[in-house]
Design a protein around this ligand. Sequence first.
Ligand SMILES: Nc1ncnc2c1ncn2[C@@H]1O[C@H](COP(=O)(O)OP(=O)(O)OP(=O)(O)O)[C@@H](O)[C@H]1O
Length: 291
Amino acid sequence: MVVEPTAEPGAPGPRGLSVRTRGLVHVYRGEGRDVAALAGVDLSVRAGEVVALLGPSGAGKSTLLSLLAGLFRPTAGSVHVGELDLTRAAQPELDRLHAHGASLMLQGAARNLVPFLTAEENIAFAQHAARRARGEARLPDASELLRTVGLAGDGGAPLSSFTPGQLQLVTLAVVLATAPGLLLADEPTSRLDHAARERVLAALSAVNRRWGTTVVLVTHDAEVARWVPRTVTIRDGRIGGEGRSGEEYAVVTADGFLPLPAHALELLAPGTLVRFELDHGVYRLRVEEGS
Ligand SMILES: Nc1ncnc2c1ncn2[C@@H]1O[C@H](COP(=O)(O)OP(=O)(O)OP(=O)(O)O)[C@@H](O)[C@H]1O
């Protein structure tokens, strides 16, 4: 299954927001130890695109997602969501972004839901603040949201009666309740079985198709990575490569570095001298003998 990043013609609701980061650096300041989580990320995501962030644990994926959500400001560099420059935005603009521009789906359904409310009540709760921030603008109603994620008719049931997969679908409906143009999802399929994972992916696909919502998700799941049309691998706080429709690419950074893919790194020891040669329109990487 491949996501088609186009909104249904005439479908009511928000339109996708684009994302652009330039030279994004983030350092966590700790007692006696600073951690550089991001070391210069240039990422562009088109409105309505679906992108998965991959990479080893500690690479900086969640930090990047939090910066795109405007949860905190980066140490250096810029982040644009749509027209809004998050690094320069005043607090009311960031509040508006959080109320109805970008929605963050935290890892684990429990962190996104109020356990003693039903699915419908959770949706109403999420919409309360957004309604105040955007006045009478139309927000999708609970039954429309639940139908889109595949839970039609389940809105009044207690959350305790839902399976882990269904809870993740409720979470998706809740984070979409504010009609965001950008959905940021941290490990949306973690700890789900195969069937539940398929349902969550189908729901994400339906949301993207229906409203043109831009989706940036973090995953360690190879099946999810195969499902999205574009993957971006984060390595040591930088973009280490991209996958587009199954093809793997290295990405030249703004400061002129070209991170080698893992299989090339195994062949080229640190310090190896290489030349770039242009041969009839094809670039070749030639290793200097004995280097
Ligand atoms: N609040 C924090 N304070 C200090 N260091 C942090 C904080 N959050 C993350 N880090 C560090 O920043 C680096 C990047 O972490 P981040 O959580 O962004 O990586 P990740 O790729 O999402 O990892 P995972 O896949 O395990 O969630 C790691 O070295 C991590 O230990």
